[in-house]
Write a new protein. Structure first.
Length: 74
């Protein structure tokens, strides 16, 4: 199920959206849906990260510790 919404965007942004749509051979709405989906997924990850950062019980690793935990030898 979908619902139509409207939004005011700067002309430059619309121009960039249209360029992406043309390159991808997609409609403007499809590009906007893809962009919003990516944004919302990243927002959820950001919220999880912020919640973990605020949790004093959650261990914070520095880069070296993190890579060691992953087993990466960089």
């Amino acid at each position: 199920m979908t619902k139509t919404i409207s939004a005011r965007l700067p002309l430059k942004m619309i121009s960039l959206i249209d360029e992406v749509a043309e390159e991808r051979k997609r409609k403007r709405g499809e590009v906007l849906r893809d962009a919003l989906e990516i944004y919302l997924e990243n927002w959820a990850d950001y919220q999880i990260a912020m919640d973990r950062l605020k949790d004093s019980q959650d261990e914070i690793l520095n880069e070296k510790e993190f890579l060691e935990e992953l087993g990466w030898d960089i």
